[in-house]
Design a protein. Structure first.
Length: 362
């Protein structure tokens, strides 16, 4: 771009507030507009970040002059149509995870970005945590050898978001915790182990608590005022076969009878060493353990890491991609790969057998 600054708008004032917080810290960004249907929240968030223009209809934001790029922070059903509208309006787009409800929708978004010659990126914010980045560097040093088995999980004991809301509608969300939480740790795992091609998936899904109105996020906000029926899983498990012989075990839950609080992480087993990345209740301290045999003795190490990453890192990389031509990471193509694996998980669960992952661009 010829302009030295990026003029941005944000569509959606929920998670969109984190995008605004990230943009507000970047000297080359001018925040222009915010759109959303929750009038009170939009006004509050706009005031906090000094957003000069607010809209209810996202089309009005896209039509407003002087906006170069938008963040799209809406329910999953709207990711594809709003992204495609924004790209056709000439905007660069940063979209919240998941890229879309399905790989087919994601593919249409990528084709729209290519046709418009605009940047399309996805907000996998947890990938840029300091602990994830340190583990990535450690793997690239060769210290783990060949990674042959990995486990990724995001497990909650009681955390179904807004029972009765769009989160629990298959049409609106595309799925339950596998789409909401599992996509994060799936991204972390595939990123860490170098993006091997997935060959097959054997998965199952369970809905044991949501249909009974149990284990909502908390008792005060257990039900939204929408009262949608519970149509998605509250636990998903998958065994993913990868090119080269490695395998990945994936677990994602909103609700279990277990010791979990709100815990996520990735465990890697290599021929020369292992790593466990365990995040309990969003902490950034003491999250990594490294396992080796040193002089024939089993040895554990725990690096001391600072807090970093999150949406601040994602927005910074998006701005650099648009203004400087920096690599588009996390890319929409990576989001599409995650969507293809999740599609395969749901197909496998429905069929009761292993299925092939379908995506030609792997």
């Amino acid at each position: 771009m010829e302009t030295k600054s990026l003029r941005v708008g944000v569509i959606g004032a929920g998670i969109g507030e984190l995008h605004l917080a990230g943009y507000s810290k970047l000297p080359r960004v001018e925040i222009i507009a915010l759109a959303g249907l929750d009038d009170e929240r939009v006004r509050r968030v706009a005031a906090e970040y000094r957003v000069p223009q607010i809209y209810r209809d996202y089309q009005d934001l896209l039509s407003a002059p002087g906006i170069d790029a938008v963040s799209i922070c809406l329910p999953n059903i709207l990711h594809a149509p709003v992204t495609i509208d924004a790209l056709r309006a000439g905007k660069h787009v940063l979209v919240e995870k998941p890229l879309a409800r399905t790989a087919d929708e994601g593919q249409a978004m990528i084709e729209a970005a290519q046709a418009a010659d605009r940047v399309l990126m996805i907000a996998f914010n947890h990938r840029y945590r300091a602990d994830v980045q340190w583990v990535k560097q450690y793997i690239e040093s060769g210290a783990l050898g060949r990674i042959y088995y990995a486990k990724a999980h995001w497990m909650r004991r009681a955390g179904i978001p807004r029972l009765g809301s769009w989160f629990v509608s298959k049409e609106q969300a595309g799925g339950g915790p596998l789409v909401d939480l599992g996509v994060h740790v799936l991204d972390m795992a595939m990123y860490l182990i170098g993006e091997p091609r997935p060959l097959g998936v054997s998965a199952n899904v369970y809905a044991e608590f949501g249909p009974r109105g149990l284990k909502g996020w908390d008792l005060r906000s257990q039900f939204s005022n929408e009262q949608r029926p519970y149509e998605v899983e509250d636990l998903a498990t998958a065994f993913i076969r990868l090119e080269g012989g490695a395998t990945l075990l994936l677990e994602a839950s909103w609700a279990t009878h277990s010791a979990a609080g709100d815990d996520f992480g990735v465990t890697l087993y290599g021929t020369e060493g292992g790593v466990e990345l365990m995040v309990r209740n969003y902490t950034h301290e003491n999250t990594v353990r490294v396992f080796h045999d040193i002089a024939g003795v089993p040895t554990d190490m725990a690096p001391k890491l600072r807090k970093a990453g999150g949406h601040d890192a994602v927005t910074e990389r998006f701005v650099a991609a648009v203004l400087d031509g920096a690599p588009r990471v996390p890319s929409a193509e990576e989001g599409l790969r995650r969507a293809a694996i999740i599609d395969a998980c749901y197909r496998s669960a429905a069929a009761g057998r292993e299925v092939e992952v379908k995506l030609a661009s792997f």
